[in-house]
Design a protein around this ligand. Structure first.
Ligand code: CP
Length: 342
């Protein structure tokens, strides 16, 4: 594994194997500090609780040193455009900053959200692309415009751990919010469920389709794995026979950057409630967090028997260990897996 930035870089079998590795590491955490002497640089351009803390704790527990940088706040403001005349706020170009960080750190992570003005521009992921171009060490995507692969890896591990035996039906449902959020999580969630061989249903209001290229990838994986893909605006019917309900709000590509509908009937239709969960086949309820209670999902679901959101968040820690070990010490990971198998 050279970088860990997008699900599209992995076959379904490879991604499933990685999720199984996450669960092995959870059961048998390495105790021999396999990353001793290494430093991981974690760069954040946006807020984070789970990603920052889980990746830092994973690195430290594997023996590495972790440095968390608020890029542009702790550091100089960064430019990414080729040929830019740097007479504005940015005092440093990523062309220097990323190679310099690569001399100090053995792996780099980056969180860089879209800026919400143009999907065509955001989709190019200029900061992550520059990190991949100029880094001389592995790069981990800690959430970009198009994906959140660390979350998806933890989520697939959680499904393997918590979904009812022989469950196969996965619902990704759009949910209300005060603003149009990035599509990174729903993109990676749909790709993850398809890679995991699930029958994928995406329930979303008209006008909230995911990006065409992502859907092409999801469709191809479902076909390859012999599972189905359904896109619908029919809720609560979409909840019927589901084994996993994954809620997430996202903005519209068609009306990019525009406010979401906020009328009460629309919100009530799309919020996840106990009544909707009761229509499922004993589904687990998943959300990447943070979540707005009683807007995205009713208290009765988060506090009820369906919710696995805290387990899901815990698995971010084990997923981060799997990613760091694969990138920095794959030979040590094989040893841990063999030890577990014995
Ligand atoms: N799920 C997730 O990425 O959480 P944070 O934004 O808090 O890191």
């Amino acid at each position: 594994m050279k970088h860990f930035t997008h699900l599209r870089d992995f076959s379904s079998a490879e991604f499933v194997a990685l999720a199984e590795e996450v669960l092995r590491l959870k059961k048998n955490p390495p105790t021999d500090k396999p990353l001793a002497g290494k430093t991981v640089g974690l760069c954040f351009m946006n807020p984070s609780l789970r990603t920052q803390v889980s990746t830092e704790v994973a690195a430290v527990s594997l023996g590495a040193h972790a440095i968390v940088l608020a890029l542009g706040t702790d550091t100089w403001k960064m430019e990414f455009e080729d040929g830019a005349v740097m007479d504005g706020a940015a005092a440093e170009h990523l062309k220097e900053a990323v190679p310099v960080l690569s001399r100090y750190c053995q792996a780099l992570g980056l969180r860089s959200f879209p800026n919400g003005a143009s999907w065509a521009e955001d989709k190019k992921e200029p900061y992550l692309s520059a990190f991949k171009k100029y880094a001389t060490v592995p790069v981990v995507n800690l959430e970009s415009a198009t994906g959140h692969p660390c979350q998806a890896l933890a989520d697939l591990a959680t499904i393997k751990e918590r979904m009812k035996p022989k469950g196969k039906n996965f619902l990704l449902t759009w949910a209300p919010h005060i603003k149009g959020l990035p599509m990174a999580v729903p993109n990676s969630t749909a790709e993850m469920a398809a890679a995991g061989g699930m029958n994928v249903t995406i329930a979303r209001p008209e006008g909230f389709d995911l990006d065409g290229e992502i859907m092409k990838n999801v469709r191809a994986r479902c076909e390859e794995n012999g599972s189905s893909l359904t896109v619908t605006d029919k809720v609560p019917e979409a909840y019927e026979e589901q084994h996993v309900v994954y809620a997430k709000s996202w903005g519209s590509i068609k009306d990019y950057g525009k406010p979401l509908p906020s009328d009460a009937a629309f919100r009530a239709k799309w919020m996840v409630t106990p009544d909707k969960m009761k229509k499922t086949d004993d589904a687990i309820f998943m959300h990447c967090l943070p979540v707005r209670r009683n807007l995205v999902v009713h208290d009765g679901v988060l506090d009820g028997p369906w919710s696995v959101v805290v387990d899901q968040a815990e698995n971010r820690l084990h997923a981060a260990k799997a990613v760091l070990l694969n990138l920095l010490a794959p030979h040590k990971l094989e040893t841990a897996a063999r030890r577990h198998a014995r």
